[in-house]
Ligand binder design. Structure first.
Ligand code: IPM
Ligand code: MG
Length: 339
């Protein structure tokens, strides 16, 4: 194993709501058992914070992430119909985490339709349909505004092409619906084309979002980097997770110029909360992704191997994975396999 840094790295931990505290606990215990040199700085958000301080996103939580520039985060509950914006989205905007990156690969030991698939979704994370601008025009008529700016489109295109170049990927696909949203998605494509021209060695393709969905199901191997606006990226993420075995496989990170918030790609799953039944891999995979990105890949490999061993035996996995274990029971099994 690579030499551990002298001082552990501080990382903000956001257990949040729903199944968050359970999967966070499991993930932290697994990382601690592997002696990963991280010092967690736990912050309160969500329901508890709302009750205590009147906001699901207290300033201390945001300040901690700003200070550490690195966070591992579960989901903050956003009641449908709440007067405030979904706090998970607010956090992305407040910290200007403009790119959402989701690498799509199978997990060794976990059944996948496409064991060899290796693609990455780069999703614009701050505007589009998530602008949060909705109003009632007259009773019975509501407008929801999709905001598309050249600045955000160019920024996400630059990010996607830089990632493609760095990871030696061959192709970038801009996913759009410019046949309908001629101006908004038209602007997105215009910005993407301008950036693509700076990268002649990388193939550039434009594909309409509905067709992209079908193509992904029929032959996902034709893709490499999928570059999308906010909402299309949300949909494509879950579709792609399904291709490689579900939400427990695909990690995610929200990135800005200086801050990275690693996050599970699912919602807060209130129906599972407090039951010790959630699959701990949903957050663990994002923690492993983080370790690989911050120079602690050796730890990630070791935890991956232990998790694979548990997945292959199956009995000590959660129900969704075909086993009978609880969340904490599966974490225990991974910890045992680490030894
Ligand atoms: C995701 C989730 C979020 C989103 C929700 C929880 C706000 O679905 O990260 O994909 O819509 O972006
Ligand atoms: Mg989603």
């Amino acid at each position: 194993m690579s030499a551990a840094p002298a001082t552990p790295r501080p990382v903000t931990l956001v257990p949040a709501d729903g199944v968050g505290p359970e999967v966070t606990e499991a993930t932290v215990r697994i990382l601690e058992a592997a002696a990963v040199p991280i010092r967690w700085e736990r912050v309160e958000t969500g329901r508890d914070a709302l009750a205590r301080s009147g906001t699901p996103l207290p300033a201390e939580a945001i300040a901690s992430i700003r200070r550490n520039r690195l966070a591992l985060k579960a989901r903050i509950t956003a009641p449908i119909g709440a007067a405030f914006e979904n706090p998970n989205v607010t956090l992305r905007k407040v910290l200007d985490l403009y790119a959402n990156v989701r690498p799509v690969r199978s997990f060794p030991g976990h059944p996948s339709r496409h064991p060899d698939l290796d693609l990455v979704i780069v999703r614009e994370n701050t505007e589009g349909e998530y602008a949060g601008l909705e109003h009632q025009v007259v009773p019975g008529v509501v407008e929801s505004i999709k905001v598309t700016s050249a600045r955000a489109c160019t920024r996400i295109a630059r990010f996607a092409f830089a990632l493609a170049a760095r990871e030696q990927r061959r192709k970038v696909t801009a996913v759009h619906k410019a046949n309908i949203m001629k101006r908004a998605d038209g602007l997105f494509l215009e910005c993407c084309r301008a950036v693509a021209a700076e990268y002649p060695a990388i193939e550039y393709q434009e594909l309409i979002v509905d067709n992209t969905c079908m193509q992904l199901v029929m032959n996902p191997y034709q893709f490499d980097v999928l570059m999308t606006q906010n909402f299309y990226g949300d949909l494509i993420s879950d579709l792609c997770a399904g291709l490689v075995g579900g939400l427990g496989v695909v990690p995610g990170v929200n990135v800005g110029d200086e801050i990275a918030v690693y996050e599970a790609i699912h919602g807060d799953a209130p129906e599972l909360a407090g039951k010790n039944r959630a699959n701990p891999m949903t957050l663990l995979v994002s923690a492993l992704f983080m370790l690989r990105q911050i120079g602690l890949a050796a730890y990630a490999e070791r935890i991956t191997a232990a998790t694979t061993a548990v997945l292959e035996r199956k009995t000590h996995t959660t129900q969704d994975l075909g086993g009978t274990a609880t969340t904490s029971g599966m974490a225990d099994a991974i910890i045992t396999a680490l030894r």
